[in-house]
Write a protein that binds this ligand. Sequence first.
Ligand SMILES: C[S@@+](CC[C@H](N)C(=O)[O-])C[C@H]1O[C@@H](n2cnc3c(N)ncnc32)[C@H](O)[C@@H]1O
Length: 222
Amino acid sequence: MNINDYEPIYHKQWVLDRINFIKKMFPDNYFKDKSILELGSCWGDIGGYFSLLGADVTMVNGFDFYYEACKNRFPNVKNIKHDCDSEWIYDDHYDVIFHMGLLYHLRDPKKSLIECQKHCDIMILETVVSDFLDFIEIIPRTEDINLCQDQGLNAEANFSADFVEKYLINYTRYDDSSLNGKISGNYNWTASGNSGFRGRRFWICDIKNQLSNLTNSLLKNS
Ligand SMILES: C[S@@+](CC[C@H](N)C(=O)[O-])C[C@H]1O[C@@H](n2cnc3c(N)ncnc32)[C@H](O)[C@@H]1O
């Protein structure tokens, strides 16, 4: 599938830039026949593209609207409606987990990071973080908010990149301007550790050393 022929719905350029970045980090045809779990897939733009490359994709949405949208748009892809804050209900193992734009929606980001890495070889993680030195206490959300339906309205990201990285296995962070989105925000910002500014971060966690076991060209342009 030529990326130039692909039409994402959600923040088109940002989606395409992230797809291109991911493709650049892996060898050609890497994703063919790979099992991918995409958590918080929204319109299915990213997982849907990789399914067209031949990956066996499972999309997860917590919100009816997006669950139905993904089912209609990608009928050959597995779709699950599930709150990613609750217990693990998916297959035991995936080659790759896409965990993008979700962490800052969750009540328990630490649990999600630990759990996901138990169940995959590679996790591609993207999130908003706050520019604080370390962990800042997650502000408990009120019980009556259905997080699956808030779609990010309460997405405050009260955690720093340092907090996230404490729980990541064999990771590389890419503060790469090619990922920057007009609306989503920038990745190539310098942390001061105390501004409270919220920006985005992107990591690849090579949990089972899949990438380092392959040729160095896998990490070209890193
Ligand atoms: C900011 S969008 C990110 C979409 C896509 N992953 C991307 O990076 O472009 C967040 C998505 O996560 C979903 N979501 C938020 N909280 C969730 C939860 N607790 N369980 C499952 N999905 C959730 C939202 O409905 C939305 O589709």
